[in-house]
Design a protein around this ligand. Structure first.
Ligand SMILES: *[C@@H]1O[C@H](CO)[C@@H](O)[C@H](O)[C@H]1NC(C)=O
Ligand SMILES: *[C@@H]1O[C@H](CO)[C@@H](O)[C@H](O)[C@H]1NC(C)=O
Ligand SMILES: *[C@@H]1O[C@H](CO)[C@@H](O)[C@H](O)[C@H]1NC(C)=O
Ligand SMILES: *[C@@H]1O[C@H](CO)[C@@H](O)[C@H](O)[C@H]1NC(C)=O
Ligand SMILES: *[C@@H]1O[C@H](CO)[C@@H](O)[C@H](O)[C@H]1NC(C)=O
Length: 355
């Protein structure tokens, strides 16, 4: 199936995206065409060209079955060489996993997926500035059970040209901090000029949804969660985890993936799925939370502002208050210990050997 035909996919039609993914899976042959090229995108009130695959950010999702042989061709219409890296399990031959696609050239290869691979993997360019926008999910064995499958690519957006940002970083050590994190290419409602594009997942009450989340951020670990909904974590990096667990938010390290199921079991409304960076030194900034919307189907009047999930400290005020309580507890305990040691010095020195 030729992904090129889908360049027109509009960012604000996520329903279309879900349908599109379903179609993509059922119609899937095992041939994939990737075209690496510059494409203009408008984000954060500005337009700029980024390097993409098939004109999309994030790039297309590859669906495959365990044991299947895929035929992939990658055409590089850009000015720079690109080394593609397919993170597809442990047993795939190294020459299949990493390929140099020279500027102007096309490389065609087969990739054979191992029988024991399963879950959410991903592909990306090796070079760090290219990887920032050239990446996508690689999902093995996507046969849906009782849940709907939704790839969620967490990425980053820079207002400046990404290549310049990284060249500057190498030359002068200047910051590579991005201007926004993105959910399937979108910063979401709380960023300027972004509301129209906010990624939406339309859900039916009572159904289960499998979020296949990949953190493609250059170096940041990210928290994510859905307001009023628990997540059941079932797999990491394309492998089922032995002990599934239920949580209200998840921490996902940079360059890793995680599969989480949530059930649409709350009162019909709009709820935010939010992403925040894990960085203890960064101040809480309510305007810098990346959001997508979980939208229940049905006829009702949604809350004017969807509820945000509670994520850890740098974002959530109440848990930072908890943190303060912890510090205060330590301070009080510490004073007590000092007082105790002073008042009991004679006794302690007789019974306790100092370390
Ligand atoms: C691309 O790679 C080839 C082979 O390694 C090299 O000869 C060529 O100079 C590279 N081109 C660019 C633009 O880096
Ligand atoms: C890929 O596999 C197909 C079908 O098995 C085969 O015809 C083709 O020659 C292979 N291509 C490469 C580049 O190995
Ligand atoms: C959002 O969509 C509305 C209606 O289609 C349009 O008028 C408006 O210009 C759009 N805003 C942005 C920032 O794209
Ligand atoms: C989330 O999980 C916790 C602990 O398992 C449970 O107490 C809570 O009721 C759950 N919340 C929802 C909305 O399912
Ligand atoms: C955390 O945020 C601070 C302040 O914005 C920044 O200087 C620092 O580089 C960040 N740390 C990481 C690991 O991103």
């Amino acid at each position: 199936m030729a992904f090129q035909n889908y360049q027109a996919m509009n960012a604000n039609s996520s329903l279309v995206l879900i349908l599109f993914l379903a179609v993509q899976y059922t119609a899937s042959t095992n041939i994939f065409h990737f075209v690496i090229e510059g494409t203009s995108f408008e984000r954060l009130c500005r337009s700029k060209k980024i390097l993409t695959v098939n004109g999309r950010f994030p790039g297309p999702t590859i669906y495959a079955l365990a044991g299947e042989t895929l035929s992939l061709d990658v055409e590089n219409r850009g000015k720079d060489n690109v080394t593609m890296f397919w993170r597809v399990g442990r047993h795939v031959k190294s020459d299949q996993v990493e390929w140099l696609v020279e500027a102007g050239a096309t490389v065609r290869k087969n990739i054979t997926i191992s029988d024991d691979d399963e879950g959410t993997l991903w592909w990306h360019a090796m070079n760090i500035w290219q990887r920032a926008t050239v990446h996508g999910a690689f999902i093995v064995h996507p046969e849906p059970d009782d849940h709907v499958d939704i790839p969620i690519i967490l990425g980053e957006w820079w207002r400046k040209d990404v290549k310049e940002v990284f060249v500057d970083y190498i030359d002068s050590g200047r910051d590579i901090k991005s201007d926004a994190f993105t959910i399937n290419g979108q910063p979401g409602d709380l960023y300027p000029c972004s509301k129209n594009g906010t990624f939406r997942i339309v859900v039916d009450i009572g159904k289960k949804y499998l979020l296949r989340v990949v953190n493609t951020a250059i170096r940041d670990d990210l928290y994510f969660g859905i307001a009023r909904h628990n997540l059941t974590v079932i797999a990491r990096d394309g492998r089922p985890i032995t002990k599934q667990f239920i949580t209200d938010y998840v921490e996902l390290t940079s360059q890793h993936s995680m599969d989480c199921i949530f059930e649409a079991n709350q009162q019909p409304d709009y709820y935010y799925y939010a992403v925040a960076v894990k960085n203890k030194s960064e101040a809480y900034d309510p305007n810098k939370i990346t959001t997508a919307i979980i939208e229940y189907q049905g006829s009702y009047i949604p809350s004017l502002v969807p509820l945000l999930p509670k994520l850890p400290r740098n974002y959530d005020k109440s848990s930072s208050r908890d943190y303060l309580y912890v510090i205060m507890t330590f301070v009080i305990l510490g004073s007590f210990v000092v007082w105790y040691r002073q008042t009991n010095r004679a006794h302690r020195s007789a019974t306790v050997t100092p370390m």
